[in-house]
Design a protein around this ligand. Structure first.
Ligand code: FES
Length: 165
């Protein structure tokens, strides 16, 4: 299986990998389309156009329908994401406990706006409205690992080793 690109170009699509997901893992069933898309996104860190075209042909679902789903769910991305993804919750509970300052700090530290990825594709900064963990506010999530009562200091501890990679 080929590794996804770490740069901003369209990655080379591994059709053997796609067949394994579409046919072997999900039996080519169109009802499993969203799960297939989730697996493809986990691999490439977004939904490459060529992979969506192949998925469309393989399961007999129009490409427009696939893009409709891809744009409806915020968890799908049509642009490449960084190797690491930092989510900072900006919902009411987290906002009241200073998450806005954390977002500002990270944006400044990385030189990117929320929703964007660093030029070296190491890190994507995302904000979310609520992570369903308000009692632990403010909450940050790095690569799906929750960090309750997050602080700027903790964020620095998490990001500095990544930036030094
Ligand atoms: S508002 Fe942040 S977890 Fe709910």
């Amino acid at each position: 299986m080929s590794e996804p690109n770490t740069c901003c170009e369209e990655p080379e699509i591994d059709f053997v990998f796609l067949d394994r997901i579409i046919q072997e893992e999900f039996g080519g069933r169109k009802e499993a389309m969203i799960m297939m898309m989730q697996t493809i996104q986990r691999h490439y860190r977004y939904l490459p156009e060529a992979a969506m075209i192949y998925l469309s042909h393989s399961i007999g679902v129009p490409l427009t329908k696939i893009y409709e789903v891809a744009t409806f769910y915020a968890s799908f991305s049509l642009v490449p994401k960084g190797k690491h993804i930092l989510h900072i919750c900006t919902g009411t509970a987290c906002h009241l406990r200073g998450s806005g300052g954390m977002v500002q700090h990270v944006a400044q530290k990385l030189g990117i706006e929320p929703g964007k990825t660093t030029a070296d594709m190491k890190l994507t900064l995302e904000t979310v409205n609520c992570l369903g963990a308000c009692a632990m506010a403010p909450v940050a999530v790095l690569d799906e690992q929750y960090h309750p009562q997050a602080t700027v200091g903790l964020i620095n501890e998490l990001l500095d080793p990544i930036l030094a990679e």
